[in-house]
Design a protein around this ligand. Sequence first.
Ligand code: DGT
Ligand code: MG
Ligand code: MG
Ligand code: MG
Ligand code: MG
Length: 260
Amino acid sequence: MANSKFEYVRHFEMADNMLPSTWLVVRIDGRGFHRFSQTHNFAKPNDRRAIELMNRCAIEVMKDIKDIILAYGQSDEYSFIIPKSSNLYSRRSSKISSTVVSLFASNYVMHWAEYFGEDKLQYAPCFDSRTVCYPNDKVLRDYLSWRQADCHINNLFNTTFWALVKSGMTEDAAEKHLRGSFSKDKNEILFVEFNINYNNIEPIYRKGSTIIRQKTEVTSISPRNGEEVKRIKLIPTAIYDDIIGQDFWDRHPELLAEKR
Ligand code: DGT
Ligand code: MG
Ligand code: MG
Ligand code: MG
Ligand code: MG
């Protein structure tokens, strides 16, 4: 086929392929969710509906993009892990980032009402996205530990902050009260003043959500003879484990295995 004289403009597109044989992490984050959470009256410190909607979106992304082996989410963000061996979209950075974030955002809108019921979506939510490559298993685990530690630090702060405010302190006073405090101080305030043992708060809030492909028995009806057929399928499922320690990785050796 003859090329048009315009086709040279194609060469203005720059290659952005990510290094081969490295872990790829796509992190999406809600744009201006400080305002979005206020407009939609998210519960403080954690809105269960918002978290479950985020998890649903991540699950739908993983059902669509099979290369993703694990996703980790907290607050208004989600990280998607693509293994070293993957050749998804020839590892083109913007193609991967834009596909993941667009799928995530459209699912957020599509499934909103299932989680928020009568509380209508007030305006179109938006997420940003980036793809970063991590050269080995240690930095990948350190990346995930960084996000889970962030979840812990913010959740401990927010839980204590909102307990103080709900007990009658102004937001300014609560902010001052907690300035410069250590984890043990916040644990102490929660325990002594509010009778809350932080470790008993639901793991979904303390640990964030990890989606892995879990072996699940599914039952379907055979179109041939109408009989029930049971099969084991890998279904993306949310769990709320500690992913910083070695235990999680020992229980799921397939995640870091070279061959998949
Ligand atoms: P950005 O990402 O630079 O566009 O700015 P934001 O406003 O999205 O800020 P970010 O991503 O650093 O922080 C997430 C915001 O979302 C933060 O203000 C808290 C809010 N948020 C997330 N999850 C919840 C929730 O479950 N409940 C409430 N009340 N707020 C939440
Ligand atoms: Mg944000
Ligand atoms: Mg930010
Ligand atoms: Mg965020
Ligand atoms: Mg096209």
